[in-house]
Write a protein of this length. Structure first.
Length: 269
């Protein structure tokens, strides 16, 4: 009787072991592999898909800024040049709160004739002009090089819409009397629900071939929502080239709270 009971217990244990082994195999087969991209906090991750064996948390995976075009022009003063470049942000949900850049004017043999460091910002999905004025060089440069050094990214988790700052009625004329050689003007429209402390306007003059011939900028203070304001940029010194087109770019640094004037009407929306 005791031998029969012991035999039954052994058989039951074997069956249980087989069932456990089968269940384990089925679970391993059906269970998806744990990865750093499964949107689940597993493995030894500190947060969802980051930390531990995954990439450190807090690192933003954004595409790098790119320099689409660049150049330089004589600014009318002896041995001084204005440098420009177009920087593009390919990310629609990441803005460059700040980035550092280095501009070099180079000679015919590739040597560096002059250098200027600066900093800027780029909104998500935007492209903007970077302008550095009055760069001194004893020797006439042959080319320009702009290198982006450091970038601080900010993620926009909700839908982002670029501030609607329109520029219309652009005009260029040479000054016939008084100080200065020429001036460009236009109307800036703040078509946003916000009042701004400072709006910067970059003015780029181009010839019939689309080449940049002169650069300038101006700042507009206390621009209220819905306001239309005239801006002007004055060139003191004569520059070469015939102006056929005016490109004006208004920019507001939305990463800085000081850029906004508190607007009670906008806060209620």
């Amino acid at each position: 009787m005791e031998k029969s009971l012991a035999k039954r217990l052994i058989i039951i244990c074997i069956y249980l072991a087989l069932l456990f082994l089968i269940a384990y195999v089925i679970y391993g087969f059906l269970k998806s592999d744990e990865t750093c991209f499964d949107k689940i906090k597993n493995q030894n991750e500190e947060d969802v898909d980051c930390g531990g064996k995954c990439s450190p948390c807090g690192i933003i995976k954004a595409q790098s800024l790119s320099v689409q075009n660049s150049g330089f022009v004589e600014n009318g003063r002896p041995k001084e040049y204005d440098a420009w470049a177009i920087v593009s942000n390919p990310n629609n949900s990441f803005g460059a709160k700040s980035f550092e850049y280095e501009i070099k004017l180079k000679g015919s043999s590739g040597e560096t004739l002059a250098q200027r460091n600066g900093a800027g910002f780029v909104l998500p999905g935007d492209r903007k002009y970077i302008v550095e004025s009055n760069i001194f060089s004893d020797v006439s440069p042959r080319e320009i090089q702009l290198e982006i050094k450091e970038t601080e990214w900010v993620e926009f988790s909700n839908y982002y819409e670029k501030p609607n700052l329109g520029i219309v009625s652009k005009n260029y004329r040479q000054v016939n009397s008084g100080a200065g050689f020429s001036e460009a003007s236009g109307l800036l429209r703040n078509e946003t629900p916000y009042d701004f402390n400072v709006i910067k306007v970059q003015v780029i003059l181009k010839d019939f071939g689309g080449n940049v011939v002169a650069l300038n900028s101006t700042e507009m203070r206390t621009v209220k929502s819905g306001e239309e304001r005239e801006f002007k940029s004055l060139w003191i010194n004569r520059f070469s080239g015939e102006v056929a087109n005016i490109e004006a770019q208004a920019e507001i640094n939305i990463f800085e709270s000081e850029a906004f004037i508190k607007n009670a009407a906008a806060d209620k929306k």
